[in-house]
Design a protein around this ligand. Sequence first.
Ligand SMILES: [Mn+2]
Length: 423
Amino acid sequence: MRGDVEVKLQALVKEIEKAAKRLLEKRPEEVLLIHHDDADGVTAGALLKYALSDVCKVRTVCLEKTYPQAIEVIQEIGDGPIIYADLGSPHLSLISKVNKGRREILVLDHHDMEPLEDPTITVLNPEVYGVDGGVYACGASLAYFFSKSIKPSTPSLAHLAVIGSVEIPGEPKGLNMEVLNEAIKAGVATYDKARGKRSVTWDGRSVSPESISTKLNILASVGYYGEGPQKAVDACIKSSWIGVEGYLKQLEQERKKAYSSVMAKLHQEGFRKAKHVQWFHVEDAFYNMGVKVIGTFCSYLMHQRLVDEDKVLVGFMNMRPDIPGIGKLKGDLVKVSARAPRRVVSMIELGAMEPLSKLLPKAAEKVGGFGDGHAAAASGVIPKGRERDFISFMDEYAKKERVKEERRGATLMDFLSPKKVKQ
Ligand SMILES: [Mn+2]
């Protein structure tokens, strides 16, 4: 089985190399590089920028999610190729619909993907081969192979792919193991297999990739509307914090301050509660920060006693109506993040509750919004003013009604009273 995965991953690497060569042959004047707003997306963006800058102008845009309003604005810029790094796969049909075959698009991603038939969009994702992209690759390891076939000195930055891959828990596998080996060979990483510890070279020292990842996340998310994402990408290419330390400190302070003012309010007022959902709205408290921050804050809340273990946690924040370096978005939007506490996770596993990856997009769509995610964590963008309606839809669809009939081994009692949740 393992050999089978290896064979498929090698076929993917071949496809990545072919796609890189094709792009080179086209001699584009400019490439629009859209990268995700987490450490994996930033390191992927850095590897691609490093290699492509030798070939053409590279315009980078950091994006939290491929939501329709953003895609529409992005596709209006220039007419050269667009690369989506560490995002895009879940919304290929949307990208295809907006693009209308107009320009060449490359998607280097490891998230779950939508099937698509569009010759102008090349999807480079392990999922195309039936390999779990959430285990055997990351955005940065895919970007690494792409960049390496454009610029032979890319292995000197192989540690960036190691930093990107630490978002995947456990021992590195597949392409993530391969980039780690390349980084070790290039002398920019080490691996202590027995203790499961990796290290990478940064500022000339050996440091944990996790510590770099945390800081890149802060730069790109908290500093989103400043120069955070660009500084993060450039710091990666230099593999150094020199010139960024002060800015990082300032962002950490800003986030700490915003977190504690929201926490104080939550301690006072608590969450608003529906039957299956508990929710809060930070309004403008995170206004000058990227929308990833509400997700990070929800994850932080999951470790607090305030949270009701058997209701889905939902947080809203007002979105600034612009994408830095790109322009204005249409309409007033709100970012929504959802997390499943422990008991909700077991109900999802039992099939008694909808996974958030289905529940949130469904409720968002009902109010003219958009969403995606995983079973226990999802997020979306909805029109401002529709928050309460959104919560009502979440609440209404949270519980799976017919599940007991579908489940193997369901008892007669389960069948007769399908609403009863088996603990
Ligand atoms: Mn990723």
